[in-house]
Design a protein around this ligand. Structure first.
Ligand code: BTN
Length: 249
């Protein structure tokens, strides 16, 4: 069976908008967009990040997109599986060019100790199921200089010394995400989780983390069924939601 999710026909191109995620949210409120609709802009004036309300991206240099999915087959409690789909799709794509690519929990994309992409996923629900997922991705492609205080940014061009065609990279990235999405839809959530855990930044060894009580040493033990991070210390296992724990570099 020839299935597809993304298609050039479902691409919404905008020269300048506040945020592709915000634009996608408006589409959902007003236009009932098809699954696989992708909003792309050259310039975001209010790009939103996970921890702050800001995402640095030089105009026309990078991919700033929001892919709209309709994962109506997923319970709200399984929403982290969408995060795994997008982050694994991003690293499958990057591994074509780079080594040392990993996912810093929950879904920052790293190359060694530098961040090359950020992901912001927002869901809407219908009863106990997901209705829409807006999957915002900021992938640094051709930007060479970063001026914000974002920690350790990097880009494809910095790491490879090459200049990339944004459209070509967009479709390669979407193809990787599509494969992971169908893997999930076809019942492959266990393999998805295994690949996610294998791709985690700091998955091996003892590292320093910090939480509301201070800095501590521990090992990443995995994630819970809801996607919370499990860290074992000498004394106990701790479980964290996003923003409750930081990685101390
Ligand atoms: C992070 O802070 O790591 C997440 C950054 C997500 C940025 C992308 S760029 C496209 C989409 N639109 C937004 O406003 N944010 C996301």
């Amino acid at each position: 069976m020839n299935r597809f999710l993304f298609s050039p026909k479902l691409l919404v191109r905008k020269n300048e908008i506040d945020s592709t995620n915000t634009f996608a949210l408006d589409l959902i409120k007003n236009n009932n967009p098809s699954a696989g609709t992708v909003v792309l802009t050259l310039k975001q004036t209010k790009g939103r990040g996970q921890r702050s309300n800001f995402w640095e991206s030089e105009s026309g240099k990078n991919l700033t997109i929001s892919a709209i999915l309709k994962p109506e087959f997923l319970a709200i409690s399984n929403q982290f599986q969408i995060s795994m789909v997008i982050s694994l799709g991003a690293i499958d794509y990057l591994q074509e060019y780079l080594t040392g690519v990993s996912i810093k929990w929950p879904n920052d994309i790293y190359v060694e100790d530098k961040k090359i992409a950020g992901i912001l996923i927002e869901h809407s629900i219908m009863g106990t199921l997901l209705a829409y997922s807006i999957c915002g991705i900021g992938l640094n492609v051709n930007q060479k200089i970063f001026t914000s205080d974002a920690p350790n940014p990097t880009s494809l061009t910095i790491l490879t010394g090459k200049k990339f065609n944004l459209d070509e990279e967009l479709f390669k990235l979407l193809e990787c995400i599509e494969k992971r999405y169908f893997q999930l839809k076809d019942g492959g959530s266990e393999l998805l989780k295994k690949d996610y855990l294998n791709s985690l930044y700091w998955k091996d060894g003892l590292h320093q983390f910090s939480d509301s009580k201070g800095v501590f040493e521990g090992k990443i033990a995995g994630i819970t069924e809801f996607g919370q991070l499990r860290i074992t210390t000498e004394q106990e296992e701790r479980v964290y939601n996003f923003k409750e724990v930081s990685f101390v570099q």
